[in-house]
Design a binder for this molecule. Structure first.
Ligand SMILES: NC(=O)C[C@H](N)C(=O)O
Length: 350
C-alpha cells in the first residue's frame, strides 16, 4: 500500500514535468532545520547548524518518490550570521547549477532568521526561470514534531514543479508559499511564522502539490538587471532605526565607518526626526551617501514627497520594501549607479 501510494505520488509529479522525476538540487546552509537539541523536548535553546546535508536528506526517504535529489553543503551557519560574502557564494552556486540542463530546480535549506533577506537577494540576482525554493524550520531536527522534514519534502516538490517556474524565489514553510519580495518573519518561535502581511501568500502546498493563487507584479530573477557574477564584494549599506527621542549618533557613525548607503527605518510613513536626524542625513547625502526612506511599520507604501520632501533632500523612498529588504536592493543598485533617480526607478521596479 505504501509503495502504491509512493508510486502514485511520483506519477503525479512526473506528469507535471514530462517523463521521469524532476532533478532537484538541495543546497544546505545551516539553520534550525539542521539544528539539534539536548532532548526531544528542546525547542528553544538548541544549537543550530549542527547536522549536514546527508542527515537532512536521509531523514526524509520519501524525497526519492518525488524527485531525483542530490545534496550539497554550501556552508553551515546559523542564519543570524549571514553576510554579503555568503550571499555572493550562494548566488554564484545557484546560477551555476541552474545553467545545467540536468538541474530542474533548487531547494535551499536555511535558518529562518534571515530567510526573508536571502530570498530577496536571490530574487534579484538569480538568472533563471527555474524554481528556487528556500526552506527552513522553527524546531530543531531532534524535536517532537520537528517541522523540517515535511517542509523539506514540500520544498522539493515545489522546486520540481512546473507551477513554480517563473514565479521568482519562493519561501515555503508550514504548507504556505510566499514570494521573496514580500515575505517576512512574523513570530519569534511559532511554526507559522512566515507571512506576507496584507498582500497574502502566493499559495499553498496540499496533497503533495502546489496551488498558486497570485504572483508578484515586480521584476525578478531572469528579468532582473542585477548581476553578481563578477562581484567579490557588495557596497556597505546600513540601517538606522527610527524611534521617539532619536538622535543622530547612528547616522554619523555609519557615515564615518564608510557607508555608501543608509536605509532609514522611519516611524510611520518613513518620517525623519527633525531637527536631530534630517540634518544628519542631509550631510550624509552631501558626502555622496544614498539615503533611502523606509518604514519600521511593516506595511504600506512610503510616499515620495510625503512627510519628507524627497526631491529637495535628494532622498529615495523604499516603496513597500521593509528596511532589511530595502538594504539589499540599495546594495545591488549601488553596484550599478549612484544616480538617485535611477535608484528610485529601481525601487519602483523590483
Ligand atoms: N529557526 C531558525 O532557523 C533560527 C536560527 N537562529 C537561524 O536562523 O539559523
Amino acid at each position: 500500500m505504501g509503495t502504491l501510494f509512493a508510486l502514485l505520488i511520483s506519477l503525479d509529479v512526473a506528469n507535471a514535468r514530462g517523463p521521469g522525476l524532476p532533478n532537484v538540487m538541495v543546497l544546505a546552509t545551516g539553520g534550525t532545520i539542521a539544528g539539534t537539541g539536548a532532548s526531544s523536548t528542546t525547542v528553544v535553546g538548541y544549537t543550530a547548524a549542527t547536522v549536514g546535508i546527508d542527515t537532512l536528506l536521509n531523514a526524509v526517504p520519501e524525497l526519492k518518490t518525488v524527485a531525483n535529489v542530490k545534496g550539497e553543503q554550501v556552508f553551515q551557519i546559523a542564519s543570524e550570521n549571514m553576510n554579503n560574502d555568503y550571499w555572493l557564494k550562494l548566488a554564484k552556486r545557484v546560477n551555476a547549477l541552474l545553467a545545467q540542463d540536468d538541474v530542474d530546480g533548487i531547494v535551499i535549506t536555511h535558518g529562518t532568521d534571515t530567510i526573508e533577506e536571502t530570498s530577496y537577494f536571490l530574487d534579484l540576482v538569480v538568472k533563471s526561470r527555474k524554481p528556487v525554493v528556500i526552506v527552513g524550520a522553527m524546531r530543531p531536527s531532534t524535536a517532537i514534531s520537528a517541522d523540517g522534514p515535511i517542509n523539506l519534502f514540500n520544498a522539493v516538490i515545489l522546486a520540481g514543479s512546473e507551477e513554480a517556474v517563473g514565479k521568482g524565489v519562493l519561501v515555503a514553510l508550514n504548507d504556505q508559499i510566499n514570494a521573496a519580495r514580500e515575505v517576512t518573519k512574523n513570530n519569534t518561535s511559532t511554526a507559522d511564522t512566515f507571512r506576507t502581511p496584507e498582500l497574502g501568500f502566493l499559495g499553498y502546498m496540499q496533497g503533495n502539490k502546489p496551488y498558486f493563487y497570485r504572483q508578484s507584479t515586480r521584476r525578478h530573477t531572469a528579468d532582473s538587471e542585477f548581476d553578481v557574477s563578477n562581484l567579490e564584494t557588495l557596497p556597505q549599506v546600513d540601517i538606522v532605526y527610527g524611534y521617539a527621542n532619536m538622535n543622530r549618533v547612528a547616522v554619523d557613525a555609519f557615515v564615518a565607518a564608510g557607508a555608501k548607503g543608509i536605509v532609514h527605518a522611519g516611524v510611520g510613513d518613513g518620517s525623519l526626526a527633525r531637527p536631530a536626524v534630517e540634518p544628519a542625513l542631509d550631510e550624509a547625502r552631501k558626502k555622496g551617501v544614498v539615503i533611502v526612506r523606509s518604514s519600521r511599520v511593516g506595511n504600506g507604501i512610503v510616499a515620495r514627497n510625503g512627510e519628507a520632501k524627497d526631491d529637495e533632500h535628494d532622498f529615495v523612498v523604499s516603496d513597500t520594501l521593509n528596511p532589511q529588504k530595502a538594504r539589499i536592493l540599495l546594495m545591488l543598485a549601488l553596484t550599478k549607479t549612484s544616480d538617485t533617480k535611477e535608484i528610485q526607478r529601481m525601487f519602483y521596479t523590483y
